[in-house]
Design a protein around this ligand. Structure first.
Ligand code: ZN
Ligand code: ZN
Ligand code: ZN
Length: 364
């Protein structure tokens, strides 16, 4: 049982019931998923390097919300982060939007998520500057999640922070010692006041009643180097609901399992199929909104500086893998006849209507 199967089976009813709530981005995601690996108009063409075998395969949609296309993004991210690895302790700081403000995220997601990213990043940079241990420029990566374990709307941003900073003037690298980064209580206080100020004064948004005085920021020590990154990539880069967590779709009721965040036990949530579809599809982000953002030393344009720091640390005896920036993972296929690697030759467009069978439109 896959999400796409359920979508295909209940699409008409879903369109009727949720017509008003389906945004353009959700419609595009639905179209992508329904044509993923099934669209026979376009196919990738492969030939074997060991024998004469050649074959066509339908294209994957590559949409970030598609459960079938999720795995590649996780692997790509880990490869990219690995090249940016620093031999220091890693922390994860999570900024959560309180319940009362989620209604704004629902109706104006671009505005809200943009504000969350910029405010949270400015808070972190300031705490790093004022920190006795760090006191310089840091780098971090933010990943937006919009769901909780039950898959309700629950926007939060996880920031992965290597606890080291660079002093540009002295050309010195400082690394934070111990298992402590920032005071989470103070982070939450500043997070609250800055975000509310941004929403009301800069964005002119009318705030709902009853916004709580206390907000939540969580600061967690993750561990050192590569194992920490691997753990995080699995944790952060899962799709909203992996297909393996869907248990059944019987008589219009869908069951899926999730791990309760308090008790760590596996729970089952059951709801009508169309409501289930909306539960998951409400997390489709507006097109073009970046879910993952690098800041400071981890930004793309700081690559040279990063490599200098890594080299400096390696010379000083730090043990960590110097990995080169990795490009997107190259698609691989093994030949079903001789098991040699097959070579991607390009994309075929099948023109069934006009008598021609196929034409090769791109090659790499
Ligand atoms: Zn072969
Ligand atoms: Zn797909
Ligand atoms: Zn999360």
């Amino acid at each position: 049982m896959t999400f796409i199967d359920i979508l295909r089976d209940h699409l008409d009813e879903f369109n009727q019931v949720f017509d008003q709530q389906i945004t353009t981005s959700i419609r595009q995601a639905i179209y992508a998923m329904l044509t993923c690996r099934t669209n026979t108009e376009r196919a990738s063409h492969w030939t074997c390097q060991g024998c004469a075998h050649h074959a066509d395969f339908p294209l994957s949609c590559g949409h970030r919300s598609c459960p079938q296309c999720q795995h590649n993004t996780t692997t790509d991210w880990l490869a990219k982060q690995q090249a940016k690895l620093f031999p220091v302790e890693y922390y994860m700081v999570t900024f959560t939007l309180p319940f009362e403000l989620r209604v704004i995220a629902k109706h104006q997601p671009e505005l809200m998520y943009q504000a969350m990213f910029s405010v949270a990043a400015s808070v972190l940079k300031e705490f790093a500057k004022n920190s006795k241990q760090l006191g310089g420029d840091i780098g971090f990566t933010g990943v937006l999640h919009t769901h909780n374990r039950r898959r309700d709307l629950h926007p939060h941003i996880h920031f992965i922070i290597p606890a080291g900073s660079f002093d540009k003037d002295k050309k010195q690298w400082h690394k934070s010692k111990g298992k402590y980064l920032f005071n989470a209580f103070n982070l939450a206080k500043v997070w609250r006041s800055r975000l509310l100020e941004q929403l009301t004064n800069k964005l002119d948004i009318k705030l709902p009643e009853g916004i709580p005085k206390k907000w939540v920021v969580d600061c967690q020590h993750i561990g050192k180097g590569l194992p920490a990154l691997k753990y995080l990539s699995r944790y952060l880069y899962r799709g909203v609901l992996p297909d393996k967590n869907i248990i059944s779709d019987i008589n219009g009721q869908v069951c899926f399992e999730y791990q309760d965040s308090q008790t760590q036990t596996t729970e089952i949530r059951t709801l009508p199929a169309v409501k289930f579809l909306y539960l998951i599809l409400q997390h489709v982000l507006p097109k073009g909104l970046r879910r993952v953002r690098d800041y400071g030393l981890l930004q793309g344009r700081c690559r040279k500086l990063r490599q200098q720091i890594q080299l400096m640390l390696a010379v000083a005896g730090a043990v960590f893998p110097l990995v080169h920036e990795v490009k997107r993972a190259v698609a691989m296929r093994a030949c079903p006849c001789c098991h040699q690697p097959m070579r991607f030759m390009g994309i075929h467009k099948n023109n069934y209507g006009n008598g021609r069978t196929t034409s090769l439109i791109t090659t790499t």
